[in-house]
Design a protein around this ligand. Sequence first.
Ligand code: C5P
Length: 232
Amino acid sequence: MNQHGSSGVITIDGPGGAGKGTISLAVANRLGWDYLDSGALYRVLGLAAARKQIALDNELLLVEEAASLGVSFGTGRSGLGVEVLLDGEDVTSSIRTETAGDAASKVAALPAVRAALLQRQRDFEQPPGVVADGRDMGTTVFPGAALKIFLTASAEERAKRRYKQLIEKGDDANIRALKSEIEERDRRDSERSTSPLRPAEDAVMLDTTEMDIESVITAVMGLATERGLMVR
Ligand code: C5P
């Protein structure tokens, strides 16, 4: 419990590659809270659709798939964050490819799909609290969150970070192609009609272009302390 005696919610929204996953997981660990990687839900749905050969614009079938999606999060920590399981199979690395990210952003643009995944996300609000990472955590999923952060970084910096990650994994990567993919995904996420990527009115904006991970974590933990979210 936090000092208000209820479960706390911290939302961390922003464009892809701004560091939301790393920061959210670190903050959740330091607070002893749960972590919701909402993007993983859309990624798993994209993967399940591809396996069942459901077209990424077939809203009807995708909604059915979303409603019965056998997704769960493991407690073990892989190098990629929390383990993600689809019907018990570890899909943590298969959902992290650029293709899976692209599929996720296509299924995520469908309003009925978002609606079908809403309650599943809200169920993560359990004592002592949850750090929720996504695009619409502060605006739609947890509008009453105690602390809302909007993390940004320039598209160039985000492409550089992604490039580094891919090279470290031993994958091929092209920084210019990555930057244009990132910009395309930002555009699709910002222009969709339902829950577009935008900061909540009461979000704290944090531009991480010039910041290292540890200083971003320190900044978020400082805000959490200010709001009384540290006392358990
Ligand atoms: O955060 P991540 O890159 O894993 O998200 C993959 C895609 O899922 C995003 O590009 C976005 O289109 C979608 N998404 C979303 N709403 C969220 C989280 C992710 O629309 N809350």
